[in-house]
Design a protein around this ligand. Sequence first.
Ligand code: AMP
Length: 438
Amino acid sequence: MTFKELGLAEPILKALQTEGYTHPTPIQEQAIPILLKGKDLLGVAQTGTGKTAAFGIPILHHLYEGISLSQNKRKIKALVITPTRELAIQISESFTAYGRYTGLRNTVIFGGVKQGKQVNALRAGVDILVATPGRLLDLMNQGFITFRDLEFVVLDEADQMLDMGFIHDIKKIIAKLPPKRQSLFFSATMPKDIVDLSRKMLGDFEQVTIKPEQPTAEKVEQGVYFVSKKNKPKLLVHILEERPEDSVLVFSRTKHGANKIVKKLDQAGIRSAAIHGNKSQTARQKALGDFKDGKLKVLVATDIAARGIDVEELSLVVNYDLPNVSETYVHRIGRTGRASASGIALSFCDVEEKPYLRDIEKLIKQEVPRLPEHQFVDDGEEEETEPERQPQQRNRPSPNKNSNRNRPQAGNSNFRGKNNRNQNSRRNSPGGPAKTDR
Ligand code: AMP
């Protein structure tokens, strides 16, 4: 199936061509015909499946087809509500890209910045509004936004909205929307609260379920280092120094932790930036922009800030802390290995995090390969209680060769990924990790 066969308007086809999209993704192939028919949609899918275009393209198509008839040019006719600023900006950019030849205008509003510019953009008139719930409700209450002309509403990442405590805001917003509209509802998971909310919002709907590509399979090469808390910064510096050309996303469980990592890297002469909820919007956007452009090689993020971030060419994800919610691990490592790229995800696990690792392995139904040898093995700071620690001494061959049979041949911290799986000869080279050809 091609986009042309979906019967889309010419300017949209042209824009998709400009974007380099040749074929619709599975969610686009299924959702676009439903939406072109005018039906409501329940999409069980997450970021990375192409869902933004799955809802953006048919909305642009309908609006474009209606332009000549409509008296309501530059009135808000489509509303997209999404939980985070980063997602909101990405969605707005997608509308701009897919709609570049349609003459339709969109704008984005979110909290954490002054409202003046956003209000001005609204006053100038827009066809499509992308918003986070808090700022949206705020500007609605101040009278800057009305939905008299609204035809389409999209609720994106509904389960995350719920997690972030936006449910009451959402209900208030939905109550203000005109009843005659086409509604789209997207969520990665469908717990009971979300099912209830979707029933409130949707009329006669069809459902599309896209299972996320299993990020733990095939594409993402994983490995875990057992390392003391104290030695985590040194191990990170070491890994980064070996891959100066790679774009690396480092995950930290907490905002404070993310700041500390940036500081430690700075002390080691490695430039990085953190993105999390305490950073100003400008700082977050700058860091993300530089990272996407390749000007900044290392980005340190908390889970909420990083969710949905779409960075091409991300070669390595480092879990500096293991997440205590196993699903988060899957989300994190799914940041790399997108599209056809193969990615690597390395995790640091200290003694306290071992239960998290066990939970993760239960969820993904596989053992995360151990990367036992690095220069920064536990140095007695933490008790060695686990049996698997025993053979992990530096510069000594494993007493049982078979015990490493299923491990990636990382050698040392110099994880080389799939193509170098059998290059095991330098594993125990004295003087620390061998240099790679990367
Ligand atoms: P999303 O799930 O909407 O965040 O999209 C994930 C990524 O896939 C984005 O970088 C999109 O630009 C890209 N994408 C979406 N649709 C297509 C397509 N049909 N062909 C190629 N790339 C796509």
